[in-house]
Each structure stands twice: as C-alpha cells, then as structure tokens.
Ligand binder design. Structure first.
Ligand code: ADP
Length: 247
C-alpha cells in the first residue's frame, strides 16, 4: 500500500521526495486579515499575511504570545473564518468553499495534530487511526486496518496498537495523533504547539517524526515555542503583531 502517494513513489516507505515536484505550491496564503470583534473593541489579529508552502518543507512559525500564530493556523485549517484575503490549496480557492465543502476538503487534504493529542480514550490506538479513514470511505475495512498498522509502524508505535491511549506516554500518544493525521494521505500536516505538553527529549523525538515526513514529501507547518526547532525545520517564519516575517 502506498502510504505517501504525494511522493509518487512505488515504495514510499523507502523513498525520498521526487525533486521534480519541489516547485509545486501546496499552500498559498495571500493578504490575509483577521479581525476579532469583542465588547472591548476590535483586535486586528492578522494584518496582511502572505505565505507560500512547498512540498517537503518543514516550516516552523515562531513568535510571542498574541502575535497571531494560532489565528493563522485556525484560518488555514478552516476552523475560523477569514475577514479578508485568500487561501489556495494546490491552486484551489479554499476561502470560497462552503462550510460543507470545507469540511470535506479538510478531511481529504489536511492532517491536523493538536497540543493535547485528542485521541478517543475508549478506542485502542489502531482504531484511533482507523476512524479517520472510516469517515472518508476510500478504502475497504481490511485496507484501512492494514494502513492504520503501517502508519503506527511508521511512527514507531505499532507494538502498542491494541492498547488504549491511557496505557501509553504523552509522546507516544502524540505519535499516534500524527499517524491519525496521516490517515488520508494529506499533502499538508498542520500542528499548533504539538510539543507544548511534552518534555524536551520527547519533543525532539516528535520533531524528528515531522522532519522525516517532510523528507518524504509532506509539507509540515507547526507553531512552536521550542528554541531548538532550527535543528529540524527547513524554514522558520516569525509572526510579529499579525504579520509574517521570513527568518
Ligand atoms: P498567538 O497564537 O500568537 O498567541 P493568537 O492568534 O491566539 O496569538 O491571538 C492573536 C490576537 O487575537 C491576540 O490579541 C488575541 O487576544 C486575539 N484573539 C485570538 N482569538 C480571539 C477570539 N476568539 N476573540 C477575540 N480575540 C481573539
């Protein structure tokens, strides 16, 4: 089974990125603005953000609290609505999709990893990964199970496949969450502070997993406060007062 069809490879588990695709834009954010209106007044959370992401990039967004990092992630994932601007995913205008279309688009094209893992506590790890595929109906039940096991293997956690989340560590749970994010073979993995709840050693292991995915052709976009991120990320951008600066 091809775990990473975006790499266009016969055997993706042993492959690296096809260099012919490196100029292929995965995500383009154009002139993005976000205002929050509260009784206390208006907050201009994003003030004209432009960002281009390519295959095989591991991009880290850094910046002080309140700079707009989570807002940007929430607009890219479609969790929140934009005030103005455009978001294109492989050329498709995501900002123009209806809520229903956006939900489908997200399920097919994005893998989202959360700070607190958000695994379903009563399901074993295999089923936690498999359930993301069950919602998409691309594979037969046997293929879904096989793929879930391969993904758990990829993130180094296959031996625990039949345990429930409470029986494994936080770092291991985040590996499962990454496997789940990969379930539908998305081109883009997005994570807001994925190591915010992990110690530095475990955080390094998780960054290693993301770096490996990027080397295999995925685009990875994370928000992080981790100072050592340069070791893994291929690119770092800084957010200051709702704007993005390349570092
Ligand atoms: P960061 O992730 O960099 O800490 P955020 O994107 O969370 O920054 O916040 C950017 C700005 O937008 C902050 O001033 C924050 O208070 C404000 N903000 C974020 N979410 C909301 C919201 N739901 N309602 C009102 N203001 C918000």
């Amino acid at each position: 089974m091809d775990l990473f069809e975006v790499t266009q490879s016969e055997n993706s588990l042993t492959s690296t990125i096809d260099t012919d695709q490196t100029d292929y834009l995965v995500l383009e954010v154009r002139n993005l603005y976000k205002d929050y209106h509260t009784p206390a007044g208006v907050t201009h959370a994003l003030r004209g953000v432009n960002l281009k992401l390519y295959p095989a990039e591991f991009v880290a967004i850094v910046g002080k609290s309140g700079a707009g990092k989570s807002t940007l992630i929430n607009l890219i994932t479609g969790i929140d609505t934009i005030t103005s601007g455009e978001i294109f995913f492989r050329g498709e205008a995501v900002h123009s999709l209806s809520e229903e279309q956006k939900t489908k688009w997200r399920g097919r094209n994005l893998g989202v990893v959360f700070q607190f893992f958000q695994l379903l506590p009563t399901l074993n790890l295999l089923d936690n990964v498999k359930i993301a595929m069950d919602l998409q109906h691309f594979l037969t039940p046997i293929e879904r199970r096989e793929r879930a096991l391969e993904l758990l293997d990829l993130v180094g956690i296959k031996e625990h496949a039949f345990k429930i989340p409470a029986k494994i560590s936080g770092g291991q749970q985040q590996r499962v969450a990454i496997a789940r994010a990969l379930a539908n073979d998305p081109a883009l993995i997005v994570a807001d502070e994925p190591t915010g709840n992990l110690d530095s050693h475990t955080a390094a292991e998780i960054f290693d997993v993301f770096a490996t995915l990027a080397k295999r052709g995925k685009t990875v976009l994370i928000v992080t406060h981790d100072r050592g991120i340069e070791k893994w990320a291929t690119r770092k951008v800084e957010m200051i007062d709702g704007m993005v600066y390349e570092k």
